[in-house]
Design a protein. Structure first.
Lengths: 482, 448
């Protein structure tokens, strides 16, 4: 039996609506208590950053360890500062292709080759960007020795076969396609396009399709030979392990890896704004207009980094942040509004993202941009700033309470060439932020030159956008589209 | 063939024997489970690894308790409880938690329950309990027309932002359970929203948000004695409404078999979701199913993603409800691969699973599951949530030690009978992008 139904027919068939009984009185029968007159006071708990112990092998490879013996687990990563995405547009994607190809054929010390590498049922997590490459695994402590061995073999002795490169290339192209299917990623791409123009590296974070197709096996091998080495790399371990154990294992599996001829990492130049077409539209379906607002923010390091983390909290992210208060609690037109300064290489991008019903799009955008302008001209009152500080440090404390969270922070810090205990400096920068310092930072970056991208039903969005009409519209690519 | 062999080598290389001492250290939390005189179920797990406590209040009321024609009522009530209470002005609770350094907090409306959670520094535990007790005992009198209308719009905005994920869930649950079942989900979560009234929300709150219908779970840096005293202080004086606690509507297990649903929508990428019967929560067979899910993740991914290169990804999980469970497979085709061929290939891979193939990845799967078990010890909120599920489905707190012992005792003989489930899917849902259909999309249902 087959039946074809319009969705509305399903709805109609299911609509039966008995009236509900009235609530009983009193609505809240609980008696009052004197202690309820005042909420219990809370003394803020100071944040204690974990200790990062470090060592260096004779070949220059760094070892970074955070000892957390309570659970028999270890998070393990190998990170390289030099195996990073090239600033040259036509080379972007080669670092990612090389990293993907690593897991398509790795030779162990006994000559066995691992294809489609899995450790504990999962492929090692790989991330590649302008800061470098990270390969990450988790293992029970009892499996640490084998995990280090496999990780070392993976980064040192990959078998780059034509078939393995093809598989890695296909995976990378699929990933590029997959990313293009996510509305929020496409929105970001459109906003970057509006800020920088089509020929600029931030616009093609995964490389361009034609370039990825053109990278040869020789190019991958050459990239590996030139950029994978002990210098500018680190083995990071967090969990039930101590520094001495990791040094011993690293010496065993990485110690005879000769210093490479890897070129010293060169700091990427800050990206200039190549073009500026403020609003981009992506036509699609649904009942909502999604927005991404983008502008440059500080590169990693220094007080501006902490200031922007605080500005993001003041503006969005929290239940009582300014934009959340306005769009959700006062106007009732949005659910969640997020803001974040994302840093990579030698630059940062500040993102504000939210969704509203299309008819409210222009109004919501105006409110958000007005709040950014106010942060620039009026700064942040100290009570509001204190709340942002406490919440920011509370969230950071959450990240520091797990092996995985610590691993991510330590590894990212290494790739950014920050000292191992740099998060202590960041904590101090957050704690010492003042209203005037925050205002100066906002003044420097909130210049009004922002890019905006919107996605949703075009006609409805246009009707509600008012002054923010897109300079151009294009359809969102969908799976299977050419 | 060579690749499969080498994969097995990798797995065996990581075959791990669990040190007994580590196992004991990881799984011996101290806990207390008791009821207050008003019926509130309290569970405290003492765990001093980090100076934080997870506070979870779970009410045994969720979307399955919405009467027909009242979709979104449970979600709307959840939103209303954040607004104010007898002793707290608008959103004061949110600000107080923020100033206390809360790590994470939220509310979730699920099919079977409604959860409120926060992870706070242990010094802020009294405040977190004060706020949750305000929600339970003194929120309802602060519901009013203005906040009701306001939250109606916020719920609408939230539903729109999550529309795509909801759609698949609606298709699967409706096909599994039928339109007259408490787990039925309408195609649009907001279809009844405009018809809801303040008095509906008041009735629903009294119906479900009450001490004798709730669980308070505390996990983390708290002693059992202090936790008990705080629970008594803040919740002991709360009184249940005069309205008797009504029994919930009975649940029947999924009765679908061989149902095929094709959904065409202009805003969808293409995905295949297939549901197969699994043993219900709480049994040894269910634990075997958890292990099987891990093993299938490796085996089926290896086939469909790595070797056949038909799928972009494959996700396998157990979907547990209060009455039954299903294996859920979700996968998406690579470019040029049709949904039908991917669906067929998935069926074929499952059909040719043998005990020998399972045995080849069993140790690896067990290792991954043990690792996951330990990781919950690092995460007080994950522990608290595990307790909530165990109390709801099994009537007992989550017992990691017992689970680990049982897990170590499972063999392929425990997994093999479960393969029978894959002889026929309960439901297969294909969601297909089709730019030519209207906003509502088109759904085709084929039943055998």
């Amino acid at each position: 039996m087959m039946r074809k139904l319009a969705a509305c027919a399903v709805l109609a068939a299911c609509s039966q609506r008995p009236a509900l009984p009235a609530p009983t009185l009193p609505l809240t029968p609980s008696p009052d208590a004197t202690f309820r007159a005042q909420p219990p006071p809370v003394e803020v708990t100071p944040l204690t950053p974990p200790e990062v112990r470090s060592a260096e092998l004779a070949n220059g490879m760094r070892i970074l360890v955070v000892e957390r013996p309570a659970l028999p687990l270890v998070s393990l990563a190998w990170a390289s500062q030099s195996a990073r995405d090239s600033p040259a547009l036509h080379e972007r994607g080669l670092a990612a292709l090389t990293a993907r190809a690593l897991t398509q054929g790795t030779e162990l010390t006994d000559g066995r080759v691992l294809a489609h590498l899995r450790i504990n049922g999962e492929s090692p997590a790989i991330s590649v960007g302008e800061d470098g490459t990270i390969l990450r695994v988790h293992t029970p402590a009892a499996g640490l020795s084998v995990a280090v061995e496999i990780l070392a073999a993976t980064v040192r002795r990959p078998k780059f076969t034509p078939q393995g490169i093809q598989v890695a290339r296909a995976d990378q192209l699929e990933t590029m396609l997959w990313h293009s299917l996510h509305v929020d990623r496409e929105l970001r791409a459109a906003a970057l396009l509006a800020l920088f123009g089509p020929e600029h590296p931030p616009v093609t974070p995964f490389g361009r399709h034609a370039d990825v197709l053109s990278f040869t096996q020789a190019a991958v091998s050459q990239f590996h030979a030139a950029h994978y080495g002990p210098d500018n790399s680190a083995l990071v371990a967090v969990g039930a392990v101590n520094l001495e154990q990791i040094v011993e294992l690293a010496q065993r599996d990485f110690g005879d890896w000769p210093r490479s001829e890897a070129p010293a990492p060169v700091a990427a130049r800050p990206a200039p704004l190549a073009s500026w077409r403020p609003v981009q539209g992506l036509a699609g379906g649904g009942d909502q207009a999604r927005f991404a607002v983008a502008l440059p923010c500080p590169p990693p390091g220094g007080t501006p980094e902490a200031d922007f983390d605080l500005l993001a909290m003041v503006l969005a992210n929290l239940p009582l942040s300014r934009a959340t208060r306005l769009l959700r609690h006062e106007e009732g037109i949005a659910y969640a509004i997020t803001a974040r300064c994302e840093q990579t290489g030698n630059r940062g991008m500040f993102w504000v993202e939210f969704g509203v019903e299309p008819q409210h799009g222009g109004h919501a955008l105006a409110l958000v941009l007005d709040q950014m302008q106010r942060l620039r001209t009026e700064g942040v009152p100290s009570r509001e700033l204190d709340l942002a500080k406490i919440q920011l440090l509370g969230h950071f404390g959450g990240a520091l309470s797990t092996n995985e969270g610590i691993m991510k922070i330590v590894t990212t810090g290494f790739l950014r060439r920050q000292p191992p205990d740099d998060f202590a400096r960041w904590i101090e920068n957050v704690q010492t932020a003042t209203s005037s310092r925050i205002r100066e930072t906002a003044k420097h970056y909130f210049t009004g030159r922002v890019a905006i991208a919107t996605y949703g039903p075009r006609d409805a969005i246009e009707a509600g956008l008012g002054q923010f009409q897109p300079a151009e519209w294009r359809p969102l690519p969908l799976q299977g589209d050419d | 063939m060579i690749k499969l062999f080498t994969l097995a080598v990798a797995a065996c290389a990581l075959l791990l024997s669990v040190p007994a001492a580590a196992e004991g250290a990881a799984t011996s939390p101290s806990e207390a489970h008791f009821r207050l005189s008003n019926g509130l179920d309290v569970l405290i797990e003492e765990n001093h690894r980090e100076p934080h406590v997870a506070v979870v209040v779970a009410y045994d009321v969720g979307t399955r308790d919405e009467p027909a024609g009242y979709a979104s009522l449970a979600h709307l009530v959840e939103h209303l409880t954040y607004r104010r209470s007898r002793h707290l002005k608008d959103y004061a609770g949110l600000e107080l938690l923020g100033r206390a350094g809360v790590q994470t907090m939220n509310g979730e409306t699920e099919d079977d329950r409604t959860l409120y959670y926060a992870v706070v520094p242990s010094r802020a535990l009294p405040l977190a309990l004060f706020l949750e007790s305000e929600r339970m005992g003194f929120t309802l009198e602060a519901f009013d027309e203005a906040s009701f209308e306001h939250e109606r719009e916020v719920v609408r905005a939230e539903a729109q932002s999550k529309a795509m994920g909801y759609r698949i869930s609606s298709l699967i649950l409706t096909a599994l359970y039928g339109a007259d079942h408490p787990y039925f989900k309408p195609a649009s979560p907001v279809q009844d929203l405009d018809e809801l009234r303040l008095r509906d929300a008041q009735w629903f709150f009294q119906h479900g948000y009450r001490p004798d219908n709730a669980h308070l779970i505390l996990v983390g840096d708290i002693t059992l004695g202090a936790g008990r005293a705080l629970a008594e202080r803040y919740f002991g004086g709360l009184v249940n409404p005069a309205l008797p606690l009504a029994p919930r509507r009975p649940l029947a297990p999924a009765r679908a078999s061989g149902v095929r649903v094709t959904s065409r929508s202009h805003d969808y990428t293409s995905v295949v979701v297939a549901a197969y019967r699994a043993p219900a929560y709480g049994s040894r067979a269910h634990l075997a199913a958890e292990l099987l899910v891990r093993a299938l993740g490796t085996l089926v991914t290896s086939e469909l993603v790595d070797h056949e290169r038909l799928a972009l990804f494959l996700k396998v999980e157990l979907h547990d409800t209060a009455v039954d469970s299903q294996f859920l497979f979700e996968t998406s085709p690579r470019q040029g691969v049709s949904l039908e061929s991917l669906e067929t290939a998935l069926g074929q891979v499952l059909a040719k699973l043998t005990p020998e193939r399972l045995a080849s990845v069993l140790h690896e799967a067990r290792s991954a599951l043990l690792e996951q078990e330990w990781m919950t010890l690092e995460d007080p909120l994950a522990r608290a949530r595990a307790h909530v599920e165990a109390l709801a489905f099994d009537g007992r707190p989550y017992d990691a030690e017992q689970r680990i012992h049982a897990l170590l005792g499972l063999t392929e003989a425990d997994l093999t009978p479960l393969l029978e489930s894959f002889s026929r899917p309960l439901v297969v849902v294909d969601t297909l992008h089709d730019g030519s259909v209207g906003d509502a999309g088109v759904i085709e249902v084929t039943t055998p």
